[in-house]
Design a protein around this ligand. Structure first.
Ligand SMILES: [Zn+2]
Ligand SMILES: [Zn+2]
Ligand SMILES: [Zn+2]
Length: 331
C-alpha cells in the first residue's frame, strides 16, 4: 500500500508507491506486447464495472459478470496497478506528515480501436466516454472518504503514457489536490455573478485568444499559458462540475474536444499532450470551481526555472497559438 507524504514546508503532496513500478508499458516497444485494453483481452484487466455497448438505436450500460461483456464501445475498470488503494491501514508513526494513499483508480478505454489517435476519436465516441466518466464520478463521490475525483489523459511518451491504447484515467483523493485548491481560492466560483472564470470567459469569447466556440462551450488559449499551445475548454454558462452537464452539453463538449485536438494535431503533427479535468470537490467548504478542461501540449521541456521556481517560459504567445489553432479549424 502506498502513502501520501506532505512536503516539510508547503502543501506539495507526493504519493510514494512501489506498486506503480510494476505496471506494463508498451510506449517504447509498440506492438511487442499484447495490449490489455484491446477487445479480446478483457480477462487481463480487472472486471469492468461500466461497459457501454451499442444497440440498434441506443447505448446499453452493462457490467462484466463471470464472462466479460463483448462488443463494447467504451469500457471502465479498476486500474490494475493503482497508486492509491481502498485500504486504510494506519501508517507507522514518523517524524513527518503522511497518510495512507487511500482512494480508487479507474481506467476508461475510450475506443476499442487500438491505433486510433485521440484527435481521430469521433465526437460520438467522446460523448460516450464523457458519459461513462460522468457516471463513474457520480458513483465515486458516493464512496466514503472521497473528496475529489481527478481525471486525466496522457497521450504519448513525453506526456507520461505507458500504454498507447487511448484511455482516460480517474483517481480519487481524500483531500482536494493543491492546484485545485489554488484555483478555488482565486476563482470564488460560488455563483456566476462572483465567478472569475465567468468574467474571464466574457472577455476571452470576444478576444484574440478564442480558438473555437460551440453551443455553450468554448476553447481559448489562456492569457498566462504555462505551455506553448496550451488551451482550456469551459462551459460558457456557469457550471461547477461535469456532473451538472446534460447529455446535450456533453455532446457539445465532445465537439469542442474533437475539433481542438484535431487542430492541435494538424498544427504540431500530433504532439504528445496531457488533458486534465478540473471540477469542484465534493465538499464545498473550500468553494466551488467553474469546471473546465486544460490541455498541455508537450512541445518544450520544463527545465530548472519551471521545476525549481514555478516560473514558466512560453515561446509561443497565446494569441499566436490561438490564431494558428483557429485557422487550422477553418481550413
Ligand atoms: Zn489496444
Ligand atoms: Zn463561472
Ligand atoms: Zn484549472
Amino acid at each position: 500500500m502506498g502513502e501520501i507524504r506532505k512536503d516539510y514546508f508547503s502543501d506539495r503532496l507526493v504519493i510514494v508507491s512501489e506498486a506503480r513500478a510494476k505496471r506494463p508499458s508498451d510506449a517504447s516497444a509498440k506492438g511487442r506486447r499484447k495490449c490489455v485494453f484491446c477487445p479480446g483481452n478483457e480477462l487481463q484487466t480487472p472486471p469492468a464495472e461500466l461497459v457501454l455497448v451499442e444497440r440498434k438505436d441506443a447505448i446499453a450500460v452493462m457490467v462484466d459478470q463471470i464472462e466479460p461483456v463483448k462488443g463494447w464501445t467504451v469500457r471502465a475498470f479498476p486500474n490494475k496497478f493503482p497508486a492509491v488503494s481502498p485500504s486504510r491501514m494506519p501508517l507507522p508513526k514518523t517524524d513527518f506528515e503522511a497518510e495512507p494513499a487511500y482512494g480508487f483508480q479507474y481506467v476508461i478505454v475510450v475506443t476499442p480501436k487500438h491505433n486510433l489517435s485521440f484527435h481521430q476519436v469521433p465526437v460520438k465516441q467522446w460523448h460516450r466516454t464523457l458519459t461513462a466518466f460522468q457516471e463513474l464520478t457520480k458513483r465515486l463521490l458516493h464512496k466514503e472518504g472521497v473528496q475529489y475525483v481527478y481525471a486525466f489523459i496522457n497521450h504519448g511518451e513525453q506526456a507520461g503514457a505507458s500504454l498507447s491504447h487511448p484511455h482516460l484515467q480517474l483517481i480519487t483523493f481524500s483531500a482536494t489536490p493543491p492546484l485545485i485548491q489554488e484555483e478555488l481560492k482565486g476563482m470564488d466560483g460560488l455563483a456566476s455573478n462572483t465567478c472569475k472564470l465567468c468574467t474571464v470567459l466574457e472577455k476571452e469569447l470576444n478576444g484574440p485568444r478564442l480558438i473555437f466556440k460551440a453551443e455553450q462551450f468554448a476553447a481559448f488559449a489562456p492569457w498566462a499559458s504555462t505551455h506553448a499551445y496550451e488551451f482550456w475548454i469551459a462551459p460558457t454558462i456557469h457550471q461547477t462540475t461535469i456532473l451538472e452537464a446534460t447529455s446535450k452539453q456533453l455532446e457539445s463538449t465532445s465537439v469542442v474536444i474533437r475539433t481542438t485536438l484535431g487542430a492541435l494535431a494538424r498544427v504540431l503533427h500530433n504532439p504528445d499532450f496531457n488533458l486534465v479535468f478540473h471540477i469542484s470537490p465534493r465538499n464545498h467548504t473550500e468553494g466551488k470551481l467553474h469546471w473546465h478542461i486544460e490541455v498541455y501540449p508537450q512541445v518544450t521541456k520544463w527545465a530548472g526555472l519551471e521545476r525549481g521556481a514555478r516560473v514558466y517560459i512560453n515561446q509561443v504567445p497565446p494569441e499566436e497559438a490561438a490564431k494558428r489553432l483557429a485557422s487550422a479549424i477553418r481550413h
